[in-house]
Write a protein that binds this ligand. Structure first.
Ligand code: GDP
Length: 307
């Protein structure tokens, strides 16, 4: 079993490459649910859905999330009747949230609802939410504390992030299977996702970080930071404003207590020594996933680095 800790788009692209080179049935994904939010009464799990849509090959290839060719009739009508519509929900996408929400209302756990959504899209890897409990990523800005989706979508990541808090994490328990998936894995991979707001919430669930440190499996991560910048999104600015270094070295430092190997981009080959000084082996390769071939190549290079 290969276990992957995953955020949204970056992780989903990596997973799409991974299932091209290993048996999809051998892959377990532990997904971030700190971004989950309720809109129009529907439970939305953006990161889990991005993984499902990407593995099901229905994802919008331009955006990297949502369903290709989706329409927005529901949102237009919601706006026409005076509702808040800053969070984009496509008409087809809503079918997923309706399914999840119905199951949760009927008493299913988020784990069961997530498995049902994956199965509905014929996704055959094991997809686990990090927890069945409610954990919400909260972002402190100069205007006060706001939810992650308000920061990310409504305010378009324009605020300087002063602090992060994973509300509910202290009392949360890892979802069934999460700790075993780390302990019993042949290899654990931390996907190229924002280390603070996509991987951070998973690490904040009690027991997860310790399981990563304790597992006999090699643990590798792919740096989402290349040449000091995020390929997309606010990871670089967020690292800096929270006092970390926006570089592959900064990523290695955040994961050093459990990481064996950090896959870094060839552009960052010069950082291999710094990363090595943290007792993390740097593996240098092309880490930019432009297309199917480069996604597959990154998955292969990552597996090679840990085997
Ligand atoms: P989301 O995609 O916004 O949900 O956030 P993620 O947590 O998945 O992470 C986005 C991060 O993935 C950013 O920091 C990007 O730099 C990184 N990323 C996206 N695509 C790639 C890629 O092709 N290669 C690498 N190394 N990182 C990537």
């Amino acid at each position: 079993m290969i276990t992957v800790l995953a955020g949204g788009v970056g992780a989903a692209k990596f997973l799409r490459g991974l299932v091209d080179v290993v048996d999809v049935a051998d892959v377990t994904v532990i997904g971030n649910t700190g971004d989950d939010e309720v809109f129009f009464g529907l439970h939305v799990s953006p990161d889990l859905d991005t993984v499902v849509y990407t593995l099901a090959d229905v994802v919008d290839p331009e955006k990297g999330w949502g369903i290709a060719g989706d329409t927005y009739a529901m949102l237009e009508q919601a706006k026409a009747i005076g509702q808040d519509t800053w969070f984009l929900l496509g008409d087809r996408d809503i079918a997923t949230h309706l399914l999840r929400t119905r199951l949760l209302r009927e008493g299913a756990s988020l784990s069961d609802a997530t498995a049902a959504v994956a199965s509905a899209y014929s996704v055959t890897c094991r997809l686990l939410p990090m927890t069945d409990d409610r954990v919400r990523t909260m972002v402190s800005t100069d205007d006060g504390e706001i939810s992650f989706q308000e920061y990310f979508v409504k305010r378009r990541q324009q605020d300087d992030v002063r602090d992060l808090r994973f509300d509910g994490a202290e009392a949360a328990r890892p979802a069934p299977g999460v700790i075993d998936a780390i302990a019993d894995a042949e290899a654990v991979i931390v996907a190229p996702s924002n280390p603070l707001v996509s991987i951070g919430p998973i690490l904040a669930v009690p027991g997860v970080r310790q399981a990563l440190a304790d597992t006999a499996a090699p643990v590798a991560a792919i740096s989402p930071i290349i040449g000091g910048r995020a390929l997309k999104g606010p990871a670089d600015r967020m690292l800096t404003s929270l006092g970390h270094e926006a570089s592959a070295t900064g990523v290695a430092r955040l994961y050093a207590d459990f990481l064996d190997v950090l896959v870094i981009d060839q552009e960052d080959a010069g950082l291999a020594g710094e990363v090595g000084a943290l007792s993390v082996r740097a593996h240098v390769t092309d880490t930019i996933m432009r297309d199917a071939a480069s996604r597959r190549a990154l998955a292969e290079a990552t597996l090679q680095a840990i085997r």
